[in-house]
Design a protein around this ligand. Structure first.
Ligand SMILES: [Zn+2]
Length: 201
């Protein structure tokens, strides 16, 4: 764990997870990149509205019987509402937990900076695409805007950034591809039932 102070308001900030690349000040909402030299402010953004969620920053418990701690979240806004992508420590490893209007997905694998030799804008549901060596069937495609973040984050996208996502299936697993102008990421995981998730505090 590393201790810092907020570059904007001076509040204490602790970075608990060694994989965290961004930390958001609890008090004033300033986002900081976590660098070897300390905290580097990227901007001040409004705090997230308090929508109901299974987790809060710091929540602990078990998912499928293995321990997790909720480190932070990015909130995405789309036409039908919003969803949260929690960065969690899961059984000692980084993982992601997506919460979308009562549906839950645990992503334990992330493949970053993928080269996709395709025009993503032409893709439609039902198509198969090759993502690296993986043949993914597209189930849904949509776009969302990053509304903001809270706590510690594994990767960071500036609030206001538009992202396109593709939900699909590969090898019986649930996949989510997210891309903006700079980056493509592939998350691999599985859907959860609410009873798979136990929040202890
Ligand atoms: Zn602050």
């Amino acid at each position: 764990m590393a201790a810092y102070t907020c570059t904007s308001c001076g509040a204490p900030i602790e970075v608990k997870n060694r994989f965290s690349k961004v930390v958001v000040c609890d008090y004033c909402g300033t986002h900081h990149k976590v660098t070897v030299d300390g905290l580097d402010p990227t901007g001040k953004h409004p705090k997230l509205a308090d929508f109901p969620s299974l987790f809060q920053v710091g929540s602990r418990g078990t998912i499928l019987g293995k321990p997790f701690t909720a480190q932070g979240r990015l909130r995405y806004k789309y036409d039908g509402g919003h969803f949260d992508e929690w960065f969690i420590e899961y059984d000692g490893e980084p993982a992601w937990f997506a919460e979308d209007e009562g549906t839950f997905t645990l992503f334990t694998e992330l493949i970053e900076a993928i080269d996709i030799p395709l025009d993503m804008s032409s893709l439609r549901a039902g198509q198969n695409i090759m993502i690296g060596d993986k043949k993914v069937m597209i189930k849904e495609k949509g776009s969302a805007v990053i509304e903001g973040g809270e706590g510690e984050l594994f990767h960071y996208t500036e609030p206001g950034t538009k992202v396109t996502y593709i939900d699909g299936v590969w090898n019986g697993k649930k996949t989510s591809i997210e891309f903006d102008e700079d980056e493509i990421e592939l998350f691999i995981g599985r859907p959860l039932l609410k009873r798979d998730i136990v929040v202890e505090g």
